[in-house]
Design a protein around this ligand. Structure first.
Ligand code: HEC
Ligand code: HEC
Length: 271
């Protein structure tokens, strides 16, 4: 990230934590209910907009409209509370978890406003599109379906409709970044595809599900796992941008909107 802030982070952090500690913010934030958007806006306007812009589209700091959608709400709240060490992003350690989540909720509303009214689709019609296009071969919703791709049961809590729409059109370009929906494999990008060629000429293409210094395990399009010894391979290449997910190019605009609206309506159950 190239944007850097002129205010030394330590001073900024101290200033902003002081600000957030003020009673006006501590007051209106009932814990345990849904995020309070007006408090989130107050907090954001007072503490974030100076660097990230009123609409979170960037200024001294980067555009952060997309961060909750790509990293998830909790990870974003964590960044807010711990800052990004060594950069101009201060730690807002004085915020409660609830306040951090209120800010995240506000950033999501800013993102929605910025993308215009993409979520015009009809979720009920979208469900029919989902059922008619083989999505369940690779995706689980509420426990039903195949598991080559990520479980979509709570996808709507993680990503807005327009981003989902983009994922449908360009699978592979926006590989899921959060372990929330997929298999958690720690430090790796999930669902990243590899092409391995063995010394005896076999070609195996698949998503990495495990890797050590000596071995890599790839899951192929049929869901079979191939455990490969690196010493037996002639080549092993990453295929960024590739995905087993077919691009939904044959769907009409209306169908795409409906499908995105359906997926955006799949919210994770409240804990
Ligand atoms: C003093 C300026 C400043 C303030 C105030 C500030 N930020 Fe930042 N923020 C930055 C900078 C600069 C970065 C980029 C850090 C880097 O280089 O990775 C950043 C990064 C971030 C990121 C991570 C972006 C990414 O791409 O991973 C998030 C999320 C974020 N800020 C949210 C907030 C929120 C929410 C607030 C208010 C509570 C806030 N920031 C206040 C300057 C600021
Ligand atoms: C052949 C298997 C396959 C089929 C069929 C398939 N997908 Fe996928 N899908 C995947 C894989 C693998 C990924 C993860 C890699 C990626 O994002 O491209 C994925 C990713 C996604 C994501 C992104 C999830 C996230 O966490 O961001 C969405 C949304 C999605 N698929 C929806 C659909 C819908 C809707 C259909 C039906 C029209 C469908 N998929 C059909 C395999 C499939």
């Amino acid at each position: 990230m190239s944007v850097r802030c002129s205010i030394p982070a330590a001073i900024a952090a101290a200033t902003f934590i002081g600000l957030l500690g003020a009673p006006v913010f501590a007051a209106g934030s009932p814990q345990g209910r849904g995020p309070d958007l007006s408090t989130g806006k107050q907090l954001f306007d007072a503490s974030c907009s100076g660097c990230h812009g009123q609409d979170a589209s960037g200024g001294q700091g980067p555009n952060i409209q997309r961060i909750p959608a790509t990293l998830g709400d909790e990870a974003t709240a964590k960044i807010i509370k711990s800052g990004v060490p060594g950069t101009g992003m201060p730690a807002f350690a004085g915020l409660t978890d609830a306040q951090a989540m209120q800010i995240v909720a506000h950033i999501r509303t800013l993102a929605n406003a910025a993308m215009g009214d993409v979520a015009t689709g009809d979720p009920d019609k979208g469900k029919a599109v989902y059922d008619a296009n083989g999505c369940a071969n690779c995706h689980i919703v509420d426990g039903v379906g195949g598991n080559l791709g990520p479980d979509l049961t709570g996808i709507g809590s993680l990503r807005p409709a327009d981003f989902i729409r983009l994922e449908l059109q360009k699978p592979g370009e926006n590989l899921p970044k959060s372990p929330v929906t997929g298999i958690a494999i720690g430090k790796w990008t999930e669902y990243l595809m590899f092409r391995a060629v063995t010394k005896d000429g076999r070609v195996i293409e698949g998503m990495r599900t495990a890797e050590s210094t000596l071995e890599i395990v790839l899951e192929d399009a049929k869901g079979n796992f191939h455990s490969l010894h690196k010493a037996d391979l002639k080549s092993l290449e990453k295929e960024p941008g590739k995905s087993f997910m077919p691009s939904q190019t044959s769907l009409s605009d209306a169908d795409l909107n409906n499908l995105a609206a359906y997926l955006a309506s799949l919210k994770a159950a409240a804990q």
